[in-house]
Write a protein that binds this ligand. Sequence first.
Ligand SMILES: [Zn+2]
Length: 288
Amino acid sequence: MFAACTLHQVSPHVWWFTPEQRRDRPSLAAVVGARETLLLDVGASPVHLGAFLAALAAKGVRRPSRAVLTHWHWDHVFGLGGFAGPVISSRATATQLARMCTYDYSDAGLPALLADGREIPFTCEHMQRELTDADRRTLRLRVPEAVFADRLRLDLGGVECELRHVGGDHAPDSVVIHVPADRLLFMGDCLCEEVYTEPRRFTRERLLPLVAHLEEFAADIHLLGHAEEPISGAEMRRWLHFIRAAYTSLDQAGLKAAELIRCELSARHAAETVEDFWPAILAGYRVP
Ligand SMILES: [Zn+2]
């Protein structure tokens, strides 16, 4: 059995709706200010978003008036039809959504999206679990009403959110939402590997600048798109340290020593961290 999405207040201003694996529903969150509640990602379907909004209402949280998108992937944006307020995204996400508005995600349309790599079996399989064919035939996507290039600050009344474009391999348009007052970072999937090409990989050019961004925030609570627990500051620092150490060792000893490097890293880092990052770092590694 997969755990269902549940609502948790994780910091003074932030409510978190946990992800669910079976339908690949990602984390959703709401930042609550004195004047306004801001929705972080709109979810995999109007039903997914509706469940979050109902759970918030049951706790007496004011309804979100605006939403921010972390990146263009279906599971983070197919809930758009269930949100009436203005939506904010990076310019790159808006460009992707303009394109997606012209796509046919119905059962009849998916083979064409699969054929040229616009979607992959993993995403199609999960979107078919989340939305019926009829849901996808009447899917309401739209281009966000407000876009920004690099960063945007929003004052919700007594609490600020900083939206930052951080990119990364998973989706070049990735944005994170920093809530400095709560030392919290809502990360979407930015720290995941590229999934639309095989093998799944990280590249130095995209991953190391992302690591530098994440170090700058120095948050205590990290909410990831598909992690079932918040990630502490100490754990995030261990992950980022692992990534830097992996590149340093590969640069020094070369790809031929990959197995030896993996053993050495395994001795100093948690097995899960090695599993999560090493195969994709290795798959995308190029000598600098
Ligand atoms: Zn994603």
